[in-house]
Design a protein around this ligand. Structure first.
Ligand SMILES: [Zn+2]
Length: 313
């Protein structure tokens, strides 16, 4: 099926939602790295979640969902650009048990010693736009300190508490697809007609209907069929579908910027040791090699050109 992101609105506009399906994008993400099954499922769901949340926001920049783990998973990052270019990567502990021995519970994967961390970052595309980078911390436990069982539960709580938007999030993944459904309650209108349905009622009904969807159905049905299956008795307004795709934003200029941050001494010491500086993109696997002449050029440009951060796109 086609990779699709579909935004929709139910009935009188009290409930909005986003559906995402990543097939080709997911194949691209998996092709580049061979993750154990449990990690792969998490990375896929993070990719779907970052795309869903980017789809529900109006923000001209990247949405980055990041988990720092203290168990078998060390780091997982999924990033969605405003044009729905998606990339994701994960780093695992060195002494990883084999696939069968790897825990599947989220807490055992990422929060083994209670030091796991999850954050959502909004990174403006254009630093001159006046938009500020924003980071929100996603709790791994509920207010009672109980571990939340899934990424979807963590993000639901985050959206309800930090963004003040009642949300229902469903994520599902298998080897072929990662899919997600996000439902959100819209704020009550100021001048709602007397006797008109309240947002709470509309949202409760939509939630109730959405809860009947199984992960298998979410994975097997195209977005329009999910909407038909769930909301056939409702009035559904569907917006122009978007096409998420795998896209890595790495570039030689960005790597050069990284080398500048590393500093001339450090780069020269790597050159002396290895003859060239080899940098491999963690997301797409693209290699960037800088020999002594390239490196000299990198530091020469420091003075002549504005910093690389202003060229990002
Ligand atoms: Zn890359």
């Amino acid at each position: 099926m086609n990779d699709q992101l579909v935004k929709f609105m139910l009935g009188t506009g009290h409930v909005r939602g986003v559906l995402v399906r990543l097939d080709a994008t997911w194949a691209e993400l998996q092709k580049r790295r061979n993750y154990p099954q449990a990690i792969s499922a998490l990375v896929g769901q993070m990719a779907a979640a970052s795309t869903l949340m980017a789809g529900s926001l109006k923000f001209d920049g990247a949405l980055v969902l990041q988990i720092q783990g203290d168990g078998p998973l060390k780091l997982a990052v999924a990033e969605c650009q405003p044009d729905f270019g998606v990339r994701a990567t994960a780093k695992m502990a060195d002494d990883l048990p084999d696939d069968a021995a790897l825990p599947t519970e989220l807490s055992a994967l990422v929060n083994l010693h209670g030091k796991g961390r999850c954050a959502i970052t909004l990174d403006p595309r254009n630093p001159d736009s006046g938009l500020q980078p924003y980071q929100g911390i996603v709790a791994l436990t509920d207010p009672q300190g109980e571990t939340l069982p899934t990424l979807a539960a963590m993000l639901e709580q985050y959206l309800a508490q930090s963004e003040q938007i009642d949300s229902m999030l469903m994520l599902a993944s298998n080897a072929q697809s990662v899919c997600g459904l996000l439902l959100q309650r819209m704020p009550a209108a100021q001048n709602a007609a007397e006797g008109a349905e309240q947002p709470e009622e509309a949202y409760a009904r939509a939630r109730h209907l959405a809860a009947t969807l199984t992960p298998e159905e979410l994975l097997q049905l195209a977005p329009e069929d999910v909407l038909r299956r769930l909301f056939w008795e409702e009035e559904v307004r569907v917006f122009e579908p978007q096409s998420p795709r795998f896209h890595c934003t790495c570039s030689r200029e960005r790597v050069a910027g990284m080398l500048r941050m590393l500093g001339r001494d450090e780069v020269e010491s790597i050159l002396a040791e290895q003859g060239e500086v080899d940098v491999r993109c963690e997301f797409c696997g693209q290699g960037y090699a800088f020999d002594a002449i390239d490196a000299a050029q990198v530091f020469l440009n420091t003075v002549a050109q504005p910093p690389v951060a202003s060229n990002r796109h």
